[in-house]
Ligand binder design. Structure first.
Ligand SMILES: CSC[C@H]1O[C@H](OP(=O)(O)O)[C@H](O)[C@@H]1O
Length: 351
């Protein structure tokens, strides 16, 4: 597919299945501490997803799938039908961990379907399905990296938002996979990353991930993005997604929408990169997506130090929706959709 040495990007593994437990790299501690949480129950996985110890749309789907395997280990059941009934409460608690990324519900749906197809080997069938979800995501990311990079002219500067790398997926990343491939192919000369307040996925995770690759990235304040684009240093904004609707409207980390507005104003390309597990053809448009709102306390402090006077209210939606008409390309492992709309999404994904 391309001449990229993928092994160099596989050092960061946020999700490790040991055969009996699930080890999650605690992303709340990065970049200054590399600590793994060891989950032995599905509820521990649900808590880790809710707390953003593991985060990133594909990664939370993968973690939830392994969480179902942990739940399977904890039950006795006479057959797959009995198991499905006994496991359902655990799957619903996993699904409730975060509302916006469709990958969570998608992965749990795959686990339910695997159980419905299974025979006497239903325990093995669940473990095989979780492993397949994991390995398919890595393959998808490598494919998307090549597809997205091919859209970027040599000598380009790119700006990315949040973290969409190995920490957010099974490896290599989505938008960050495009950036890795684009740098490797000499198409991208300059990478900028927004700090991505309030959780600082860009400042704490993305620039650290790229540093591990030996890729120089320049950190900018989120509020500097339009000024950067005005200066002509960026030809593409490349971002991930948490849910892509049937008309191409896309939910992603808060701040993405204003990047799309600024990109269109300044003639900068806007690329969304996400596996097909992020596409939700059952949701017609972005106004129907549930946007996760998190604790106001995440805005009152930075790095554990309070920065806001007591008694100040804060509104903390952690995703927003970019309308499809501000998106120049949606890249999935199935291909590139230019200027997405309901018709082109239907042609690519059916429904
Ligand atoms: C490939 S990760 C997709 C998506 O997930 C991130 O959100 P969070 O860090 O809150 O899990 C961000 O929106 C990424 O673009």
């Amino acid at each position: 597919m391309d001449d990229i040495d993928y092994a160099r990007y596989d050092r960061i593994r946020p999700i490790r299945w040991t055969g009996d437990t699930l080890e999650l790299l605690d992303q709340r501690k990065l970049p200054f501490a590399t600590e793994y949480l060891t989950c032995t129950t599905s509820d521990e996985v649900a808590s880790a997803i809710h707390a953003l110890a593991v985060r990133g749309a594909p990664a939370i789907g993968i973690a939830a799938a392994w969480g179902v395997v942990l739940a399977e280990r904890a039950i006795d059941a006479t057959d797959a039908i009995d198991a499905a009934a006994k496991l359902e409460p655990a799957l619903q608690r996993l699904n409730a961990a975060r509302p916006t990324a469709v990958n969570l519900a998608w992965a749990l749906g795959r686990m339910r379907a695997a159980l419905a197809r299974a025979g006497h080997d239903w325990r093995d069938a669940l473990e095989r399905e979780a492993a397949a979800i994991d390995t398919e995501d890595l393959a998808a990311n490598r494919r998307m990296g090549a597809l997205g990079a091919s859209l970027i002219e040599p000598g380009s500067g790119v700006l990315t938002h949040c973290n969409t790398g190995s920490l957010a997926t099974a490896g290599f990343g989505t938008a960050l996979g495009v950036i890795r491939a684009g740098v490797a192919q000499g198409r991208i000369d300059k990478v900028f990353a927004g700090e991505t307040r309030p959780w600082l996925q860009g400042a704490r995770l993305t620039v650290w991930e790229l540093q591990q690759d030996g890729i120089d990235a320049t950190l900018i304040a989120d509020s500097a993005a339009s000024h950067l684009m005005k200066g002509g240093k960026v030809q593409w904004v490349v971002v991930g997604a948490d849910r892509i609707c049937a008309n191409g409207d896309t939910a992603n980390k808060i701040g993405t929408y204003q990047l799309a507005i600024a990109a269109r104003h300044h003639g900068v390309g806007f690329m969304v990169v996400a596996p097909s597990s992020t596409v939700d053809m059952a949701t017609a448009s972005g106004d129907l997506i549930e946007i996760e709102e998190r604790d106001a306390a995440e805005l009152h402090s930075v790095g554990g130090s309070r920065t806001v006077a007591e008694g100040i209210d804060a509104w903390n939606p952690v995703f927003d929706v970019t309308p499809h008409d501000l998106i120049d390309a949606i890249v999935t492992e199935r291909g590139v959709i230019r200027r997405p709309d309901a018709a082109s999404m239907r042609a690519a994904f059916g429904g």
